[in-house]
Design a binder for this molecule. Structure first.
Ligand code: IMP
Length: 444
């Protein structure tokens, strides 16, 4: 497939609405891309997930690990929105707000809006997450332990607390009711007291919530109305997903998935906007593939090369510190994920990690029963476990590219790598990242 030049529009002067997502298992560098693009944004919306995400941003203010806050938060002219499809651990959120305050960034209601319907992660959600993982035994998902599955389950069951409950008079009664119910549920799940669990203390929790409510209250509002108003005024909106499409509850490698929607469906749920209004949906992928937690990963390298990429790429979970599983770039998986996420553009990150590699492989197809698929036909774990990856070896460039700022200044073999990957994914690569800092980015 040929990428036609007219499909490549400059991101340097983007307008309208851009959605940044991830075609595989997260951790591909959305944070960096959003921080970079946000300099032109009037509004930045985080669309899904919760504190299971860990978005790393390195810019003039320092290095930050963001879990809830949109990575556009460093642009003082942009209003950042946490959509109500994002679940919130209010204590972690306040810590994040404090980490920005320490860097001299005050977040008032002109800078941050927390959608009033966002569900709250409470201590019992983390306990249930842990208990469920213990019960799964060998089949565990390897969750981040942040209570994500249980809070989304409660949300589907139409129970639990939403962030606006913090500022309403009935909080005490609601919290009491919730704690009684959750304690019973946890005792049932932990029948025979197999797991030693932390105590949930009503008075202590209420006190801690009251303490942070004053901080959060001015930021809580209706987001849908405001997002709509921004679109009416033709403002530039950047939307940012958490996780990646292969972790999507419906389209991912179920059950080894998260509980939300990182693709364009998640954008729609979060913003209430017709996905057709999105000018560009950018799927961000590293030059290799990683995954945290269990579940299929066709190109995983359990050898010295995998170790080497993990070490150079510093592939350890931002949220949990766990070593990430590492493998060669999995193009059939990217094609599946990019398509399911509604992507029409690619950002390629961490290209510099291969600076010292003599050869670099990319997986170009999945082979099964003498058939070859250049796009994963299914994300079912059973299918992905039985395929054999076909690899193509490409020559490395063996020089430092981290200071390159123009596409044409990249070594020939680096450009060859990019163009080969682009052709095989079938979408234009429009942004290339050659280091963690904001400025280490190349427009194509
Ligand atoms: P949960 O979202 O904590 O329930 O975890 C479900 C699966 O998604 C596990 O395999 C996690 O490692 C993975 N996961 C969740 N959030 C992220 C993320 O932000 N990056 C990468 N993997 C994630």
């Amino acid at each position: 497939m040929n990428i036609k030049e007219h499909e490549r529009t400059s991101l340097a002067d983007w307008k309208g609405i851009i959605f940044v997502t991830d075609p595989t298992w997260g951790d591909n560098g959305k944070g960096k891309v959003v921080d970079f693009l946000a300099t032109r944004a009037d509004m930045v919306v985080r669309t899904n997930g919760g504190p299971n995400a860990g978005h790393t941003v390195v810019n003039n203010y320092g290095e930050f690990k963001l879990h809830h806050l949109p990575c556009g938060i460093f642009n003082p002219a942009a209003l950042c929105v946490i959509a109500d499809t994002v679940v919130i651990d209010p204590f972690t959120l306040v810590e994040e707000i404090d980490s920005l305050k320490n860097a001299g960034i005050e977040l008032d209601s002109d800078r941050l809006l927390i959608s009033e319907n966002s569900h709250l992660i409470m201590p019992w959600h983390k306990i249930r997450d842990n208990l469920r993982e213990v019960a799964r035994g060998g089949g565990k998902i390897g969750t981040t332990g942040r209570g994500i599955g249980p809070v989304f389950a409660d949300r589907s069951e139409r129970m639990g607390l939403q962030i606006h409950d913090l500022i309403q008079p009935g909080l005490e009664k609601k919290l009491r009711h919730e704690i009684d119910f959750q304690k019973d549920l946890i005792n049932l799940m932990n029948y025979g007291a197999k797991v030693k669990l932390p105590e949930i203390n009503f008075v202590e929790l209420l006190g801690k919530l009251e303490k942070i409510t004053d901080r959060l209250a001015p930021l809580i509002d209706n987001s849908i109305k405001l997002i709509f108003e921004y679109t009416q005024l033709d403002r530039h909106i950047l939307a940012e997903a958490g996780q990646g499409m292969l972790l999507d509850l419906d389209r991912g490698t179920y059950p080894f998935v998260t509980s939300s929607h990182p693709g364009i469906a998640g954008f729609n749920l979060a913003t209430g906007l017709n996905p057709r209004r999105v000018n560009k949906t950018i799927a961000v992928t590293k030059a290799y593939t990683t995954r945290v937690g269990t579940g299929p990963m066709p190109t995983e390298l359990i050898d010295e090369t995998g170790e080497r990429i993990r070490k150079i790429g510093r592939e350890f979970g931002t949220t949990t510190g766990r070593p990430r599983r590492v493998g060669w770039l999995d193009i059939p998986a990217i094609r599946y994920g990019a398509e399911a996420a509604g992507a029409n553009s690619i950002a390629l990150t961490k290209l510099d990690i291969f600076d010292d590699f003599y050869t670099i492989k990319i997986c170009t197809g999945y082979e099964v029963d003498r058939q070859i698929f250049d796009r994963a036909p299914s994300a079912l774990p059973d299918f992905l476990e039985k395929i054999e990856p076909d690899y193509l070896s490409l020559p490395g460039w063996e020089e430092n590219i981290s200071d390159v700022r123009n596409y044409d200044d990249l070594p020939e073999n680096a450009r060859y790598f990019i163009e080969e990957v682009e052709e095989r994914i079938g979408l234009p690569i429009e942004l290339i990242s050659v280091g963690p800092a904001r400025e280490q980015t190349i427009y194509r």
